[in-house]
Design a protein around this ligand. Structure first.
Ligand SMILES: [Zn+2]
Length: 239
């Protein structure tokens, strides 16, 4: 029984490590998701900036076409000035031309402001593009880091599992099944030392009879509260 407990202690050391490593391994896909989400967010910012720029450019084009049309109208009316017969008609036409010209100069101002807006939107887009380039670089580095960490974890887990396989035949089937069942329900900790007269897993105080049984090492003794297997060693337990 003492030998069996010694083997279980070695198993627990490996299984504790394996539990932590597998937990870290399970977090890796989430880390990768975060990295990908950050990149996607920056890609979306570039798209938004791009759409904003294109909208402004189109509006600017529309204004320019409109100005050309209106300037054509002014020219046409100016041509008609030579054909009118009366002063009254001439003045009316001239007023129409003046109104059109005033409108056009407002449109020209708006076109000038439009150039500034397009310019600024272009700079904003460029800036987001720059951020995207950095985000892509960062993503590449992060993906490599995560892949590398995953490879190291797999390696460590494989090594511990092989070491574990070497120990398993030394534990009787029934004890191993019990130990492994507790391992699953108690987050990778199935075997705990006696801490004075308390359980090293849940820290509940144990009845003297249970403590004695642990001390005797005649059979596997479980904590009544957390079901973990208890063992006694000099380093942890003082009786
Ligand atoms: Zn306990």
């Amino acid at each position: 029984m003492a030998d069996q407990l010694e083997t279980l202690k070695q198993l627990q050391r490996l299984d504790g490590e394996l539990y932590q490593l597998r937990k870290t391994q399970q977090d890796k896909p989430r880390e990768l998701d975060q990295v990908n989400a950050q990149l996607a967010a920056q890609e979306a910012k570039v798209r938004t900036a791009d759409e904003g720029l294109k909208k402004l450019q189109l509006a600017q084009k529309d204004r320019e076409v409109e100005l050309q049309t209106r300037e054509g109208q002014v020219k046409k009316l100016q041509g008609q000035l030579f054909q009118v017969k009366t002063n009254k008609e001439y003045s009316a036409l001239q007023r129409e031309i003046d109104t059109l010209k005033a409108d056009n100069s407002l449109l020209e101002e708006s076109i000038l402001r439009g150039f500034d807006a397009v310019d600024q939107a272009g700079k904003a887009r460029q800036q987001e593009q720059g951020h995207l380039a950095k985000a892509q670089e960062r993503t590449k580095v992060e993906r490599q880091r995560i892949e590398q960490e995953q490879a190291v974890l797999e390696d460590q887990i494989g090594r511990l599992e092989r070491e574990r396989q070497g120990l398993v035949p030394d534990v009787p089937r029934e004890a191993l099944t019990m130990y492994e069942r507790i391992l699953v329900i108690r987050d990778g900790l199935a075997l705990v030392p006696l801490l004075e007269s308390s359980c090293g897993g849940c820290h509940r105080r144990l009845p003297p009879q249970v403590v004695n049984e642990v001390y005797l090492k005649a059979k596997l003794v479980m904590c009544e509260s957390c079901s973990r297997i208890l063992y006694f060693d000099e380093a942890h337990s003082k009786l």
